[in-house]
Design a protein around this ligand. Structure first.
Ligand code: GLC
Length: 423
């Protein structure tokens, strides 16, 4: 069974390979290179094609902006089947990128490649990539945390990677919808509208893009004018894990000034993440930094401090207990929002469905924290649901039904990665 699955996963990555970069799915839903998809896909390539794994990351960094920002989408070819495409974004050098970013998993992935392939073969890649990674992380602390809070703000739900999570509802509702774009959407031609974000959300997503475009995507202006601005706990946990991995990489190339700089980032963010812990609720929450309000909604991002720092599990046993309670309520681990809540929608995108990339993060954190039992459940469920329902974009945690795009690259990559682990 696993051998067949592994072969099928490799075939999907090969089929979605456009030469140096991989589309998230060949189904037409996402005809470009996505930032965190690409990084996580590199972990899948790493299990069978070392050069291709490095190429994925190196192509992505080819789209880095001069100010250090790494865009969430790089458009390489025909983008006419996607909305919003380059004609709307009009962003980046050559007008071939989006104008916002995505969760910074790149440094973590580069470290994983380094550890898999060894110092001799990896050092030249690390030498080339580490300064670029440092520039991106520096950008988070200047452009997205000008007040020095230790948490980088996201200014668009798409930056979280968890587009329509209930965690953004109130902050997004405060954004002007702008003109309706329902008739321009292409996604609903590829996937059932009932499992996608709503048109009310899309109108706001696009209005945010147009606001940033009107400001010339200038990093020094966007933080101040953004009508949506959230310190996302999940995003910052991913950043903190990446900070630690970047520090490791800078050490490999003996960049002393770089390691000292990243040490300061780590210290600031460590304190700030702990500030997001809510002792009464036993959960980590995001904060709306425009209103100052804590967003008391238990989205899966609140579990990601486990991935940032293995000591979090020991410091907050209530968090692991909470995860265990989530898992008691579902067939397939891990739902993207707390089951049983009124906002929980098991089939709608980031409002409940299971995403294997986040499963990998939680599983990785649990293994490092010594909770291999729980990690084993997540691993078993992740591989099992693909065996049953195919390499879909996401899955209903209650029924295990596959949803969204088909033959999905990062789902295939995670199967390859997880199949290679021992419980
Ligand atoms: C959706 C997901 C995002 C992903 C992208 C491409 O927008 O929410 O996380 O990167 O699709 O797969």
């Amino acid at each position: 069974m696993t051998a067949d699955l592994t072969e099928a996963a490799i075939a999907i990555l090969r089929a979605n390979d456009r030469g140096g970069y991989t589309v998230p799915t060949s189904s037409g839903l996402y005809p470009a290179q996505w930032n965190w998809d690409s990084c996580l896909v590199a972990l899948g390539f790493a299990t069978f094609d070392e050069d291709r794994a490095w190429a994925e990351i190196e192509t992505l960094f080819g789209g880095q902006w001069p100010d250090g920002m790494l865009p969430h989408i790089l458009f390489h070819g025909d983008d006419s089947s996607y909305f919003p495409n380059t004609a709307i974004w009009q962003a980046g050098p050559g007008g071939r990128t989006s104008g916002i970013t995505q969760p910074p998993v790149a440094a973590t992935v580069v470290r994983q490649l380094f550890e898999r392939f060894g110092v001799e073969r990896s050092r030249p890649h690390v030498r080339a990539l580490a300064p670029k990674l440092l520039a991106w992380h520096r950008w988070f602390y200047s452009a997205r945390d000008p007040e020095g809070t230790g948490l980088a703000a996201i200014i668009h739900p798409w930056e979280s990677g968890m587009d329509n999570s209930p965690v953004w509802d109130a902050a997004l509702a405060a954004v002007e919808p702008g003109p309706s774009v329902a008739h321009l959407r292409k996604d609903t031609g590829f996937a059932d509208a009932a499992v996608r974000p709503t048109s009310a959300e899309y109108d706001r997503y696009i209005n945010l893009v147009l606001t940033f475009r009107a400001a010339g995507y200038r990093a020094d202006r966007l933080y101040g004018i953004a009508p949506f601005r959230v310190a996302d706990i999940g995003f910052n946990a991913i950043l903190q894990r990446a900070n630690r991995d970047l520090r490791f990489l800078l050490d490999v190339i003996d960049d002393r000034a770089g390691t000292a700089e990243v040490d300061r980032m780590i210290a600031r963010t460590r304190a700030a993440l702990e500030g997001c812990w809510d002792e009464a609720d036993g959960f980590y929450y995001s904060r709306d930094t425009r209103t100052g309000e804590v967003i008391r909604k238990p989205g899966i991002g609140g579990l990601l401090p486990l991935y940032a720092d293995p000591a979090a599990a020991e410091r907050h046993p209530a968090l692991v207990a909470r995860l265990e309670r989530w898992l008691e309520q579902v067939e397939v681990a891990v739902p993207s929002f707390e089951p049983g809540r009124p906002d929980f929608e098991p089939r709608r995108y980031w409002r409940g469905p299971v995403w294997l990339v986040v499963n990998w993060m939680i599983l990785d954190g649990l293994r490092r924290a010594g909770r291999r039992d729980l990690a084993a459940r997540i691993r078993r469920d992740s591989i099992g649901v693909v065996a049953r329902s195919g390499f879909r974009e996401y899955f209903d945690p209650i029924t295990g039904e596959g949803l969204g795009g088909t033959d999905f690259s990062w789902t295939a990559a995670m199967v390859l990665l997880l199949a290679g682990l021992e419980d």
